[in-house]
Design a protein around this ligand. Sequence first.
Ligand SMILES: Nc1nc2c(ncn2[C@@H]2O[C@H](COP(=O)(O)OP(=O)(O)OP(=O)(O)O)[C@@H](O)[C@H]2O)c(=O)[nH]1
Ligand SMILES: [Mg+2]
Length: 949
Amino acid sequence: MAADDELYDEFGNLIGDEFDSDAESSNESLASVEEESDQASDEEEEELHADSTSLIKRTEEAGETIFIQPDEPMSNQPVIKPKIEKAMKIDFTANLSFTELEEKYKDLPELIYSRDFMISTMNQLPERIRNIAVVGNLHSGKSRFVDALILYTHSPSIKLKNTLKNFKPLRFMDNHKLEIEREVTIKSSPITLLLQDLKDKSYVFNIIDTPGHVDFQDETTAAISCSDGVVLVIDVVEGLTYRDKLLINQIMRENLPIVLVLNKFDRLILELKLPAKDCYLKLKYIVDDISEYINSNELISTYTHAPISPIRDVVFASSTFEFSFTLKSFSKLYLTNQKSQMDIEKFSQKLWGDIYYDAVNHKFTSKSDQLPRTFVSFILEPIYKIINYTLVSEPSQPKIAKLLWENFGVSLHKSEYKQDSQVLLKSVFHVVFNAHCGFVDTVSKSIPPPALEKDENFVGKVVKLIESPDGKAFSSLVRVYKGILKIGDKVKVYGDSFSENTEDFKIEVVEGIYIPGGRYKVPIREAGVGSLVIIDGIESIIKKGATISDPALSMPGVTPKYTSNSVFKIALEPVNPSELPILLDAMRKINKSYLASVITVEESGEHVILAPGQLYMDCILHDLRNFFTDGLEIRISDPMTKFSETCIDTSFTKIPVNTESNEISIIAEPVNDDKLSRAIESGKICLQQPTKVLSKTLRTEFGWDSLAARSVWAFGPDDLQLPNILLDDTLESETDKSNLLSVKDSIVLGFKWGVNEGPLCDEPIRNTKFRILDAVINGSELYKSSSQIIPLARRACYTGLLTATPKLMEPIYRLDATCTYRAISVVKELLKRRRGEFVREDPIPGTQLFSVLGYVPVIDSVGLEVDLKLHSQGQATCYLSFANWEVVPGDPLDQNCELPSLKPVPHESLARDFVLKTRRRKGLSGEPSLQKYIDPDLYIKLKEKGLVQ
Ligand SMILES: Nc1nc2c(ncn2[C@@H]2O[C@H](COP(=O)(O)OP(=O)(O)OP(=O)(O)O)[C@@H](O)[C@H]2O)c(=O)[nH]1
Ligand SMILES: [Mg+2]
């Protein structure tokens, strides 16, 4: 196989590789397709070279031979452009229909167990199913950990050329081209494996490997939402990071049990070179740190799972060396070898904490007396010995053999000692900690099986859509919650608004059901309750996720929200305007494929994509160019951010806004209550709640008076869930309430329209409370039509905002960096140059590294990650995650502020600069001004009084 970087040209374009699949025509085993296509491309390349010397070019597409006359000028272009079928993912089963795949069933990658047994266990014994999401910080080793399980369960033919010369880890779960190229997971990928616990009991594990990069949080959220428990993979060198804390918060909110995998165990010994005693202390510190974080979390009152226990919930692993163990699995290994009758459970309890083993008197004691802790003497010392004996220039076979036999009762084959020391070490660990039964045991005990209800009717959830390797079609990843789903079944698929409205659901027919397998899929005829399967044929109306059910049921669900942190923005258009339909079609596919993407068209007709961060956007653009269009030439704007508009004072006066027959006065004021803003934004309080419940929450939790609590007309706008509030504060003595109530819906619509597109630069308004103080509504139907009232209410909201010291808000990223002491100054300097703020640095216990916290405006963050790596010579890595919204310095309405051209804009002019640039880009005419919305005479009066500029 060609090295990854040989597969693309300098612009990242694919120039032929494993993705140029010709799997369909192959009759050989599907698992060998990958290697075959490599060989094929090698042969083709050779042929081309040979051909070019004799001036003969063959074209793949036409299959004909064209002779080029020697006197013709040589062209670099082929005479007929070869048609290259690009594939964005490796999938051994790509392009095969359900029936074809059923026929090739026996050619699927070989397993160490019977695939049919796995399927029957899955469908007949759902209590043996465990649905788990594997989550953790960036590069904590999640995919490698799942890889280790795949290597264990699949026959060795699944491995890439795992020889010394061409050693390459498998990365089986990262099958997208970008994932392979950049060695970072960007999509959650599911796989189903049959695994055995300590008593050889088989379990069906539906594992979803999730991305660790914070940009792809949407994928993690989707995976967690369909799991019954979470495996949190921690890099033991880094310990508990901010990202892990966010993940723990999310897991606790979902009330799911946690299994901890302390991964990269080898780094403590090989990199940090910690003595065994300190190695234990470091591991203990991490477990305690995580337990403390969970126990002191504000969500603990609603979290019903037991605190983390090292004996029950913790797995120690080194994915690089493909082993994992738990205190229990080690106990079993040890006691079996010692032929001891001691209870495994009891012994494992002695292996953690301040317990010591007195070998002279053969007893456990709590008094140190210079003895090492049991974890050190029983577990770490043999592991240290293994490493010391193996990682030397000439490992001594007798020494290692004796160690293995005496401690673990296992031995290696003679030939294995001849391997390179790293590979030998892997073999040694493999033979000692053979199988991952400790991990399986822990998951099967700590994470419950799917809830089983005796409901015959099918109910499922489309967790996300999965694009086909050629990017032309989508399948749905479905978790079955009730009943059974069979090929040919009709299902009701709910659309975006998840209602029973006939326009919002569609009856579809299930055309294919598959068990996911990372780089292949297995066709099955039916999927029982608790299973996680890929379904073909039901995705036509699904945008991101959906509830699906038996057509006879009425199961409206809740729209999942993945998009709230998508603040990074670009506008794009095709270079050739006539190709707009191709671009639009590709953008629709992006919307389906990338959960957190938001696709919008602005007033000016500009097509905009929003994403949570730069890496995410980069991946979107890559797929858009290479796979969802056929290399369409696209013009892309500079990166921008989404802004928000708000106010920081209460309107200085009440200004009536009128049409000929109606008049409304609305004032604005800031919502100065973060907790309330969060509650609105998260949907914790909403108008779907009964009025009594809502007004009680507002009174008791947020200190509102009862009148105000009862007069909420809207939060909104609903779709973006921005924290804005519309209140009816009119007095019965001054306003004809019945007339006002008769146009309530129109006023609410006007408010929603207004807060969606604010008066400064058409960006959404946030954190603002609008109060209707007066209204004179003409009772005649003619004058209170929605076409009159909606624009009036919108103008009144704008008037309120523009008289309440309006401000522009920008999104802020939190920066979390891990770096050496020397690189801290680089982080500080880079943040300073980008309007950022350095908050603090904390040493990471047991290492020479520091974790650094800072904040930086999203608009100034472009390229920061690369800059940091460059300037610190690789001694610092960071990630940026959305933190909050902050007011941009300066007055957006100040026409006198300095805006120099070709020079940096002064700090105090930033808001004005951003507003004007955004308006220009959106094609909005003129200045943002109160003048546009109120009576001209009144405006002149306010101006004379100096109340407006
Ligand atoms: N020393 C050591 N390195 C490891 C171990 N596990 C993973 N790695 C390395 O850590 C890096 C990241 O591994 P991945 O498995 O891709 O990590 P990940 O958590 O899936 O990464 P993302 O999904 O992108 O967040 C790779 O370079 C691995 O080789 C381990 O047990 N020991
Ligand atoms: Mg990964």
